[in-house]
Design a protein around this ligand. Structure first.
Ligand code: NDP
Length: 482
């Protein structure tokens, strides 16, 4: 189907039905009459309605820039006010999370769940436990998640949640008490057909276990309400690996468009958590030389490249001992530790930011391009500042935005939901095959919607935004004003 052949018939009939009442659909009636024709005017509405949420403003702008001409061509998108509806979460939950530490002191954190859009399936998106968590960040990530989930072609809406709780330096018992308190409120709002959270920064298999255990106890039911579970009790094979492996499969397709591959390429990775570890593992398997990893204290540079043994050390250090990345430099010869710095100063041809949002700025891109960068793909969500992204696009570097490149994680989460629903369990090979197909399909969608025919440049960001948006916007129209 071509881009412009949206579900126009359904739209037209709805439009006629609603007809002259359309101005009453919006709280911003005056704005709509006077100027929602213009992207700038629409962005002003977003800023007024969501003051101080700068990251959210940026993500809305970035998506809308990519799809604005589609909106102009399809009057139903404007007339049924898809713009304001798609940028307003369906529901935002914010709640108190009290918990007691090992010394008997009582602490209070804030819990959130942003249920952004359920047009194409139950709300789906990770939970993040990190001191930087706030409504601005979660709305930003929840908005991204809508289009990412749409790209996977699975039936999942968009959501994000979490807390400003920091699991670092907490005992297992403290993390368990926090997770139980968090779920004691959240359980009322989620369910296998309503909202299915997963992990994210600070929420790994330990936290998923505690969250699931408390849900099961409160609801007296064993259901697929959360993904990222252990395979022995309802989890999918390959879920931990899925985001990192999927990222590398996607980059493989990107490199193919320039007639090249991972072989012997120098790869800089940031982060050393779930996504970074498995991106490194697959890149090494594809014969790349992974030279950096990082955490929030600094990065290590291993000029010889990581291998399987060194990666096992990282997994044990980070997943079991919960240590710091600098211990890698102490354990292996010839490794530099750069305190307080980011890996982007090291020569590389492929950069995979896999730590957190806003970790790559324009200056970093300038340095990387000078050093011979050919591809940057986002394992993390929104790691590139807008100026960094624009620089990558202007330099015609292969740029894989997170909503496409890191969608492997949520895709396998969707597969976990499917396996839970049918009480089956697929083998690692089966999940891996399906993951490769999903990533390949996302790449195809980006090509279909993002290829600039005159320059030949493939703008993956534009492609991903357009493909993700059309499906959700059309579903919203077909489901009426809800
Ligand atoms: P983890 O908690 O496993 O790892 C996060 C890594 O990033 C750690 O090395 C952490 O270091 C580092 N980090 C966190 N905050 C900062 C910071 N402010 N500055 C520098 N480094 C930082 O998380 P994941 O690997 O699961 O997630 C990483 C990114 O990937 C996130 O953006 C997440 O949203 C995204 N993502 C994750 C998916 C998944 O399946 N897990 C799916 C899709 C996207 P430290 O230990 O010092 O905090």
């Amino acid at each position: 189907m071509s881009e412009n052949t949206t579900a126009i018939t359904a739209m037209e009939s709805l439009e006629q039905m609603i007809g002259s009442h359309q101005n009453g659909l919006s709280q911003n009636t005056e704005n709509r009459k006077t100027g929602i024709e213009q992207l700038d005017t629409f962005l002003e509405i977003i800023k007024r309605r969501n003051p101080t949420e700068n990251d959210f403003h940026e993500v809305v702008e970035e998506v809308m820039e990519s799809v604005w001409d589609l909106i102009e061509k399809n009057p139903a998108y404007k007339n049924l006010n898809i713009l304001e509806r798609i940028t307003e979460p369906e529901r935002v939950l914010m709640f108190r999370v009290p918990w007691t530490d090992d010394n008997g002191y009582v602490h209070v954190n804030r819990g959130y769940r942003v249920e952004f859009n359920s047009a194409i399936g139950p709300y789906k998106g990770g939970l993040r436990f990190h001191p930087s968590v706030n409504l601005n960040i979660l709305k930003t990530l929840g908005f991204e998640q809508i289009f990412k989930n749409s790209l996977t072609t699975l039936s999942m809406g968009g959501a994000k949640g979490g807390s400003d709780f920091d699991p670092k330096r907490k005992s297992d018992a403290e993390v368990m008490r926090f997770c139980q308190s968090f779920m004691t409120e959240l359980y009322r709002h989620i369910g296998p057909a309503t909202d299915v959270p997963a992990g994210d920064i600070g929420v790994g298999s330990r936290e998923i276990g505690y969250l699931f255990g408390q849900y099961k106890r409160l609801k007296n039911e064993f259901s697929g309400v959360i993904t990222g579970k252990q395979p022995a009790w309802g989890g999918s094979n390959l879920r931990p690996e899925a985001t990192g492996y999927g990222l590398v499969y996607f980059v493989q397709d990107m490199l193919r468009t320039r007639g090249t591959s991972f072989k012997e390429k120098r790869v800089a990775i940031s982060g050393s958590g779930n996504v970074a570890q498995f991106a490194a593992e697959k890149a090494i398997e594809f014969k790349a030389k992974v030279v950096t990893l990082s955490d929030s204290s600094g990065f290590i540079y291993d000029a010889n490249g990581l291998d399987k043994k060194k990666l096992s050390f990282i997994k044990e250090l980070k997943n079991e001992k919960r240590g710091r990345i600098k211990e890698y430099a102490e354990a292996f010869d010839g490794v530099e530790y750069h305190k307080g710095e980011k890996p982007w100063i090291i020569d590389c041809q492929i950069a995979l930011p896999c730590a957190t949002q806003n970790e790559v700025d324009e200056k970093d891109v300038k340095i990387m391009v000078k050093n011979g960068l050919i591809c940057l793909a986002e394992g993390a969500n929104k790691p590139c500042r807008p100026a960094a992204m624009h620089r990558l696009l202007n330099e015609m570097i292969l740029y894989g935005p997170g909503k496409a490149a890191n969608a492997g994680g949520v895709a396998v989460s969707g597969m976990e939901m499917g396996q839970n629903g049918s009480f089956t369990s697929w083998s690692r090979e089966e999940v891996d095959n399906r993951l490769q197909k999903v990533m390949h399909n996302i790449h195809e969608q980006c090509m279909l919607h993002g290829l600039d025919k005159s320059s030949g440049y493939l703008n993956y960001n534009k492609g991903a935004n357009r493909a993700g948006f059309i499906k959700v916007a059309d579903a919203m129209i077909q489901q009426g004003v809800v």
